[in-house]
Design a protein around this ligand. Structure first.
Ligand code: ADP
Ligand code: MG
Length: 243
């Protein structure tokens, strides 16, 4: 096995506020890592550094062999290998589902229109939304929008998918459908890093759970072990609150 994501000693501050205080994380190809932790502990900032939406102050990030701090690394190329799904779906409201899906691959010259369209239909099938191809985002439920957002990220054929609280903005009855799509994606071999408060999902499908607090990874491990026998007092406290 080779690590597709290698993070070594990453530090990041916003002004005086040191948010990441030396993060180390290696993720193997095909692995599903769930990140949990209190609000403000740096989870989103960490995910954003992987996609170069944030710069880092110190340390090293290597994604699929590309060292992000190497000035010779083509940032757009590495970014194409990483799909990102956010809490809010960020679909373009004036475009249909199909147009939303075709936009990036066509604009970036990754596919011609016909190919992008064909791929879009395949991916919409995969998330169970082919019949919504011509709908506008405003007519979809939150769960449907999030499934479109996942399908759209897959259009670029990424090697890694990052999810930042993908179900936090959804009504409870929508959460299961989105988690099912994510499970399926993981079963198909996608490498995934998922920030979530869905502890059931973490327990069932994560290969590894990583606990963030105060800018550090305080504990990491196989989910059953980590949930049953948390060692770090901050993790014990956190689990008491969320479970
Ligand atoms: P989490 O996702 O775990 O809730 P975040 O990574 O969003 O945590 O935030 C960690 C800390 O970094 C918080 O104190 C937050 O206010 C701060 N922060 C995040 N983004 C910025 C930014 N762009 N500018 C200044 N501070 C930020
Ligand atoms: Mg966050």
């Amino acid at each position: 096995m080779t690590a597709i994501v290698e993070v070594n000693n990453v530090h990041k501050s916003f002004g005086q506020n040191e948010v990441l205080k030396g993060i180390d994380l290696h993720v193997e190809e095909g692995e599903l890592v769930v990140m949990i932790g209190p609000s403000g502990s740096g989870k989103s900032t960490f995910l954003r550094t992987l996609n170069q939406l944030e710069t880092i102050d110190e340390g090293q990030i290597v994604i699929a062999g590309w060292d992000l701090s190497d000035t010779k690394t083509n940032i757009n190329k590495t970014r194409e290998n990483i799909g990102m799904v956010f809490q809010h779906f960020n679909l373009f409201p004036h475009l249909t589902v199909l147009e939303n899906m075709m936009l990036a691959p066509v604009e970036l010259g990754k596919a011609d229109k016909a190919t992008a369209k064909e791929n879009a239909y395949k991916l919409l099938d995969r998330v169970g939304l082919r019949d919504k191809a011509d709908a506008r985002p405003a007519t979809l439920s939150g769960g449907q929008k999030q499934r479109v957002a996942i399908a759209r990220a897959l259009q670029m054929n990424p090697k890694i998918m990052l999810f930042d609280e993908p179900t936090s903005a959804l009504d409870p009855e929508m959460v299961g459908d989105v988690l099912d799509v994510m499970k399926q994606l993981s079963n198909e071999g996608m490498t995934m890093i998922v920030v979530t408060h869905e502890m059931g999902f973490a327990r069932q499908v994560a290969d590894r759970v990583v606990f963030f607090a105060d800018g550090y990874i305080r504990e990491a491990g196989e989910p059953n072990e980590l949930f049953a026998h948390p060692k770090d007092p901050r993790l014990q406290d956190f689990l008491n609150k969320v479970l």
